[in-house]
Design a protein around this ligand. Structure first.
Ligand code: 1GP
Length: 240
């Protein structure tokens, strides 16, 4: 099980997010291959906009890597039974019923038949400035970054509801990645594994998040922009 092997391993985790919108079969192979060589633990596939089938991209990724591949769908078009599993996210920072439960009802039968490993995930959008695609598309408000008490209480509610993973999201391209004190506050009261993403560009960003208690970091745009930085980002985990 990916959940046990990756998220409960106690190791620091480096995750690459591949947005199908920016890829062809060839480019996705190259990214998956480079990510594997760099020491990536997990590949997520998803984005805010893509509205075409992702089967062929996921097959290409699976051909090029032994890393587990999880769907992280931004919408219902991005489902595929070719992946290993899915981060089944409920957007518990928001109050839009479609992102809390509505879409989950629509895909539940598909997921049951697919055999995908389901990782129930509490997805918290934190204000990372400027307005993010996920905020706009999901039509939800992010939690203000300095409202540590609300962030921690939201994550705790997610744990009490039985979710298995906390994902702190500042939004793709965020000017301000998730703050350390938000992670520390959550880790003080919640025992679930926690990953953080949005605006992470440098080894220093990653080091800070790991130090604060994040189990994993998710990097998307920085890798899309320049595959060569993958190695330096992925190896920060070796310091812990
Ligand atoms: C994953 O949305 C992020 O949580 C991806 O953000 O594109 O800024 O890495 P970046």
């Amino acid at each position: 099980m990916i959940y046990n092997q990756i998220f409960e391993s106690g190791r620091k985790i480096f995750i690459v997010l591949i947005d199908p919108e920016f890829h062809t079969v060839d480019s996705v192979r190259k990214t998956a291959d480079t990510a594997t060589i760099a020491g990536t633990d997990l590949i997520l596939v998803g984005g805010s906009l893509t509205s075409r089938p992702v089967d062929n991209l996921i097959e290409a990724i699976k051909d090029s890597t032994d890393c587990p591949v999880l769907l992280f769908p931004g919408n219902l078009f991005q489902l595929s039974d070719k992946a290993d599993g899915i981060l089944l996210s409920s957007m518990i920072s928001g109050r839009n019923p479609e992102y809390l439960i509505g879409n989950h009802v629509l895909i539940s039968q598909f997921l049951k038949k697919s055999g995908l490993e389901i990782i129930p995930t509490g997805y918290l959008l934190i204000d990372g400035h400027p307005l993010s695609s996920v905020e706009y598309i999901s039509n939800t408000r992010p939690i203000p970054a300095d409202k540590t008490d609300i962030i921690a209480a939201t994550a705790l509610a997610g744990e009490q509801l039985g979710l298995k993973l906390i994902y702190l999201e500042a939004g793709s391209g965020a000017a301000r990645p998730v703050k350390e004190h938000a992670i520390t506050a959550i880790k003080n009261i919640v025992t679930l594994p926690l990953i953080a993403g949005g605006g992470i560009k440098t080894p220093a960003d990653i080091r800070l998040l790991y130090k604060s208690g994040a189990n994993g970091v998710v990097v998307g745009s920085a890798v899309e922009n320049d595959l060569r930085i993958l190695k330096s980002l992925a190896r920060v985990k070796l310091e812990f």
